[in-house]
Design a protein around this ligand. Sequence first.
Ligand SMILES: *[C@@H]1O[C@H](CO)[C@@H](O)[C@H](O)[C@H]1NC(C)=O
Ligand SMILES: *[C@@H]1O[C@H](CO)[C@@H](O)[C@H](O)[C@H]1NC(C)=O
Ligand SMILES: *[C@@H]1O[C@H](CO)[C@@H](O)[C@H](O)[C@H]1NC(C)=O
Ligand SMILES: *[C@@H]1O[C@H](CO)[C@@H](O)[C@H](O)[C@H]1NC(C)=O
Length: 384
Amino acid sequence: MLFMIVVLLTSVSSGSTLCPQGELAIYKVTMETDWSLEKFPKHYPSWRPRAQWSKVLGCTHNQSFRLWKLGDLASEGLKLFAETGNSNNLVDHLSQGRGGIFDVFSAPAVFTGVGTTEGTVFLDGNHSKVSLISKIIPSPDWFVGVDSLELCPKGEWVEQARIGVGPVDAGTDAGFTFTSPNWELKPRLKISQITAHHPSHPANSFYYPALRKLPPLATFKFVKVNLYNLTIDVMNTQSVKQETVNQETNDDNQGAVKVIDLSNDNSQNIIEKSVETISRNVPNLQLSDEPKTTKLLKDKGMKKRKKKLLFKELRQNRPRPCKVSEWSNWSACSKSCGFGQMTKIRKIIKSPKRGGKPCPNLVATRWCGSARNCRPLGAGYFMW
Ligand SMILES: *[C@@H]1O[C@H](CO)[C@@H](O)[C@H](O)[C@H]1NC(C)=O
Ligand SMILES: *[C@@H]1O[C@H](CO)[C@@H](O)[C@H](O)[C@H]1NC(C)=O
Ligand SMILES: *[C@@H]1O[C@H](CO)[C@@H](O)[C@H](O)[C@H]1NC(C)=O
Ligand SMILES: *[C@@H]1O[C@H](CO)[C@@H](O)[C@H](O)[C@H]1NC(C)=O
């Protein structure tokens, strides 16, 4: 089995039915290789070709799919990749979209025994496992890889995970050493772990009988870089547009009319005038100082009305919150391949006044799309 150095995961095999639906997780995948002459002196390939690694090929998938599995027979695609580093068959296989694959990714080759390469991988609640491989070059049919690593155990996406791995034999070539000539195995053997003692043959390039176990040949690191809730809107900040200024003028009239509607007074016209005067020209003026209302105030019951007017004025001077329209429909997704955005908008009906509650966001964005929409693989989103 794969041996783990530091694993922040609990389980590699358990199902993750608890993993949140409607979430999109993005992880950075890093392969750090440690195939050095110091750690693996035996047969160390330093010339034609020197020790190096093919590109990393992988996918994210659901609980059913297996890219490779110890004890299984290698697929045609895996055979070709493990023997030659040619990923065409494997990519074809993956791109058919069968078997619950969500995202297919690759990371550039490492042209030295010790090096680093990285890529980005997408997962969702139904496809929270990741599998990947990189061929050991030169070798008969050996690779390193990860088989179905669960990144969402216990219903939560892990922040990061590290997994140290050793060499694996695809079982399709009988060669024992890095530079063995091609010698096809018929029938194939099962995919097996190469250890310091297995295959138990002194000719084996990784045979180190004195070691208890091999140091890790490569380490895969997964770091969560982003998590999107596909069901929640991402709000964009948008400043209030110029067009709302016109609306504001109308709003003033509306405000005045509203005040009149609220008053039960017979002398509506007069009050309307005074209120308009107050609100438009001298908003801070006390009613008692307003010459046009002085006469009115002499009348019986005028005190009551004055109170009312003052009240209305206070009302009118109160902060007015922003009022916005309903949301528009969602736009179409900006991308049909890969992850795009859809947006919806709303408009300002009444802009805020006198320090009233400011307008909320006028544009909402939601993530959409899927890696699965990409046909053929390699075009568009996936750059190989
Ligand atoms: C996404 O956001 C919505 C709204 O806040 C919330 O109800 C839901 O639980 C979130 N989903 C996930 C998977 O976090
Ligand atoms: C996950 O699978 C369930 C059941 O098959 C389905 O209803 C749901 O839409 C899927 N979720 C995603 C994010 O694909
Ligand atoms: C994985 O996906 C495949 C193809 O969509 C589906 O047939 C299979 O049932 C899925 N497995 C699980 C455990 O959901
Ligand atoms: C929004 O979508 C609904 C339902 O599809 C449709 O009936 C309506 O006409 C759409 N509205 C606009 C403004 O496009």
